[in-house]
Design a protein around this ligand. Sequence first.
Ligand SMILES: *Cc1c(COP(=O)(O)O)cnc(C)c1O
Length: 363
Amino acid sequence: MSGPIARPWIEKLDIYVGGKSHVEGIEKPVKLSSNESPFGPSPKAMEAYLKEATALHRYPDACYHDLRAALAKKYDIEADQIVCGIGSDEILKLACRAYLEPNDEVIFSNHSFMMYPIATRSYGGIAVEVDDENFTTNVDHILAAITNRTKIIFIANPNNPTGTYLSTSEVERLWKNIPDNILLVLDSAYAEFVTEDDYQAGIELVQKSKNVLMTRTFSKLYGLAALRLGWGYACPEISNTLDKIRDPFNVPTPTQVAGIAALNDIAFEKMAKSHNIKWLEILKNELCAMGLEPVPSVANFILIHFPDHKNKSAEAANEYLLKHGYILRWLPKQGLSHYLRLTIGTEEQNLALIDLLKKFMET
Ligand SMILES: *Cc1c(COP(=O)(O)O)cnc(C)c1O
């Protein structure tokens, strides 16, 4: 007996391996490896979530009316063009499921979000990685890679794991130069952190286009990663298409209400943003002073370049930090073996990390 055989592209997939969250011999390690909020969830979101405990026997609102209304109000956008998902990861996958035939091509940058190749390959698509430039998405490289099999372009803006961003005019230039049958996905998971004037998350472009999908998440600034809540915004044709293929009850009620409460917790949002602005600057300066090279970031994390020589390498730093209970992200499989990605933590965590790195560099 041989049993059932999965579709050929599914047979070839690897199982996703997430970031470390345990260190042997350390009871409570400090996890600065997944770009999570250092403050936990907003207290208002927690309260709303807990209140739902007595109603767990009820199916959720399948069209999440209140959540869409809250998003529409906050961003001044059309509620019926919003699709919600189990994290924005689900929206990325829905896009692939809706628009890819096996062997269609999907373009994204080489140092970019790990979900893009996973989502592409799980629907039989071919992942086409193009080189970035100084760790920034390069529009010309993307344009040069387009063929008549290209169906989707993924851009993380700001980009993970590099923290760099693409200006409004560069995004616009890309959009103007692609055929309109190609879906441009603007993954704006870190948009809430960006303060640059020449940055837009994608709302304006969605509103004048028929081929742009913006995705957003509650996992980062809003600190709700465990609840898995993300959303997408696109023209009615695209948002209806994605709505047709999502599961009817994909977003649980406790997630919906916590999301709404988080959106309305302006004080939490302000506090988290200003903390991030302050520590991006301090960490950047401290890292440079130690002789390390941070990639310029506008997000809530920093990609740090370590020296080549063995006892000061990124791998050695990673081991040293782990031994002291600090988990950062080392991504050798993404061609970043000389780098560690650091998520901005609380004040106390950041100061302790700076001390540890100084000691590492001095000894
Ligand atoms: C974290 C992240 C997401 C968000 O994923 P969720 O599924 O919403 O938790 C999306 N895109 C990028 C680039 C990210 O780094």
